[in-house]
Design a protein around this ligand. Structure first.
Ligand SMILES: Nc1ncnc2c1ncn2[C@@H]1O[C@H](COP(=O)(O)OP(=O)(O)O)[C@@H](O)[C@H]1O
Ligand SMILES: [Mg+2]
Length: 251
């Protein structure tokens, strides 16, 4: 049994069937990649996990509870956090202040920026925020402006904010998109460190095969809305069905 289970999911947009009987099992404590050519349905599937889309039919459960019909913040409260292509951070605040905000949001819900100075003086918030920065190897940058960080360090900062929510499942939609190789490698190292230290389950959508093969223990290949292969990385590369999906109509 997986911690995230997708069964028989269908989703159409008008006449286009974006997801066609999708089945997927993400095992607890593993990194599971979802790959596939452009337009395969990857983002549509992810959006069904986070309350942005409701499938026409099928089920999506996390820890045996349905994720369907819930609002994004409710899904977050269940222990599901997500990371998108562009890190969601406050550029005009310091690294430390960004993490303070995430710690506060976990404890008290909504956050107002004008409350920052009073929150930042609370010892428990300071301790938690510092620990999160130690965990992502950024404590030496705590007083620098978030806007001055490299893309790799912005991703580290966002992960510190994410970890402050104590997630059980992390959903990542192309976390290295648009990054230079050094920042991509920085992000791969970070995700490996987090996985080793905390064993958080991760489902990652990714087109960069270097990232996929560096991280994933299991790979599902989507093509035209259907999972055509689910297997260990070593069995994916040479699989003719996968090659066919990527070559498409090229032959
Ligand atoms: N909101 C939408 N309305 C209409 N068509 C959509 C919508 N979202 C996605 N699609 C279509 O569904 C298919 C799958 O898209 P998407 O999930 O974004 O693919 P991927 O993320 O794998 O590139 C594509 O053909 C896309 O054009
Ligand atoms: Mg997409």
């Amino acid at each position: 049994m997986g911690i995230l289970e997708v069964k028989g999911v269908n989703k159409s947009f008008g006449g286009l069937q974006a997801l066609n009987d999708v089945n997927l099992n993400v095992e607890e404590g593993t990194v599971h990649a979802i790959i596939g050519p452009n337009g395969a349905g990857k983002s549509t599937l992810l959006n069904c996990f986070i309350g942005k889309l409701i499938p026409d039919s099928g089920t999506v459960t996390f820890d045996n509870e349905s994720l369907l019909g819930r609002k994004p913040h409710q899904i977050n409260q269940m222990g599901v956090s997500r990371v998108f292509q562009t890190p969601e951070i406050f550029s005009d605040l310091t690294v430390f202040e960004n993490v303070i905000i995430a710690c506060f949001a976990k404890r008290d819900g909504a956050f107002e920026l004008n409350a920052l100075s009073s929150v930042a003086s609370q010892t428990d918030m300071q301790e938690k925020a510092a620990q999160m920065l130690i965990d992502v190897n950024m404590i030496d940058k705590r007083d620098e402006m978030a806007s001055s960080m490299s893309r790799g360090d912005k991703r580290r900062l966002e992960m510190a904010m994410c970890l402050a929510q104590d997630p059980k499942l992390l959903l990542l939609d192309e976390p290295t998109a648009g990054m230079a190789r050094a920042d991509t490698n920085n992000t791969i190292d970070l995700l490996k460190e987090i996985q080793e230290a905390r064993g958080i389950t991760m489902a990652i959508i990714e087109h960069d095969m270097h990232v996929v093969f560096s991280l994933a223990e299991k790979i599902s290949v989507l093509a035209q809305g259907t999972v055509i292969v689910e297997d260990a990385p070593e069995n994916i590369k040479g699989n003719p069905k996968v090659q066919e999906a990527y070559l498409g109509g090229a032959h």
